[in-house]
Write a protein of this length. Sequence first.
Length: 67
Amino acid sequence: MTKDWYPVIDYSRCAACMTCVKFCPHGVFDAKDEKPLVLNPESCIDMCRGCAKICPEKAITHHSSSK
């Protein structure tokens, strides 16, 4: 099954504060080399934008192929 809703991190804006990693209760994010990563995109809840709203640098958007 294809997952069509998941966060995308704009690393040109990301300050690596790990707010998204600490915030997400669904385990979508993890950290590697002191940078947040979208490690489990399939765990993201459709239409949840919590991580994008809480990101101080506005570095997170969500991909959706739904119309």
